[in-house]
Design a protein around this ligand. Structure first.
Ligand SMILES: [Zn+2]
Ligand SMILES: [Zn+2]
Length: 245
């Protein structure tokens, strides 16, 4: 059920009834979920495992610095590979914990939209302060290919942004449907997606923020950033719910 705000007696009874009729248990601690909870987890577990990552991040790839120490602001992997991205900065809410992973999967594969909105509410403040910090003018969710969209019925990034109450512009299209990125080794991901996105709106001289659910190798965000820069965007940043580690 919704948190906060006034709940009518009828609504309250209905949600008690639904909780009893379709019992669900917290994916983290196994406790019975009744009334005030976050759809797949109890409040306590959600708050302790869906946590903001507050430590230092690599300036280039966002990886938690203490896990791959290199220089003061750049991780060892970026340093050794000398890799660069088309985007100018990357940020995320948390590192990929089990609960974050399960909540994103519940949204994407079990099509549980309220879980997506809850994710949005959880990251809202953090995302808003990043938007202010980088002075982003446009937020662009990573698009799905029309076939993927038809199959899923919604774009998970858009649903999370709706939950966060942040307006966005879907001005990037996915023109080709590719082999799933997650099934490819890191070194093949960049070539696999080259040229699959197209910018459909005016981004000239604009500061754009790309929004995605998970940052893994950064190749999707990098390819979209390449297109946006090609269309004249002045700066491109990336924000994801989670960073895989
Ligand atoms: Zn729990
Ligand atoms: Zn790095």
């Amino acid at each position: 059920m919704e948190r906060g705000g006034k709940v009518s007696a009828g609504k309250l009874l209905k949600s008690i009834f639904l909780d009893l009729l379709f019992p669900e248990y917290c994916v983290a601690c196994g406790s019975f979920l009744i009334l005030d909870h976050r759809y797949i987890a109890c409040n306590e577990c959600w708050e302790s495992y869906f946590r903001e990552f507050k430590d230092k991040k690599c300036l280039i790839c966002g990886y938690p610095l203490r896990l791959k120490p290199g220089l003061e602001t750049v991780c060892r992997e970026c340093l050794e590979s000398g890799r660069t991205f088309y985007f100018d900065g990357v940020n995320y809410f948390g590192v990929y914990s089990e609960l974050i992973e399960l909540s994103i999967k519940a949204l994407k594969f079990e099509k549980r939209l309220p879980v997506g909105w809850e994710i949005g509410r959880t990251i809202e403040n953090h995302l808003r302060s990043y938007i202010r910090e980088i002075d982003a003018e446009i937020v662009v969710p990573v698009p799905l290919h029309p076939e993927e969209l038809k199959e899923r019925g919604f774009n998970q990034c858009e649903e999370i942004l709706k939950g966060a109450g942040i307006s966005f512009f879907s001005l990037v299209e996915k023109v080709y449907n590719t082999e799933k990125q997650s099934s490819l080794p890191a070194n093949r991901r960049r070539e696999n997606i080259k040229g699959i996105f197209r910018v459909t709106g005016n981004v000239k001289s604009k500061r754009v923020l790309i929004f995605d659910d998970v940052f893994t190798t950064g190749s999707t965000a990098n390819e979209i950033a390449r297109e946006l820069k090609g269309k004249g965007a002045s700066k491109v940043f990336v924000y994801t719910v989670a960073r895989s580690i």
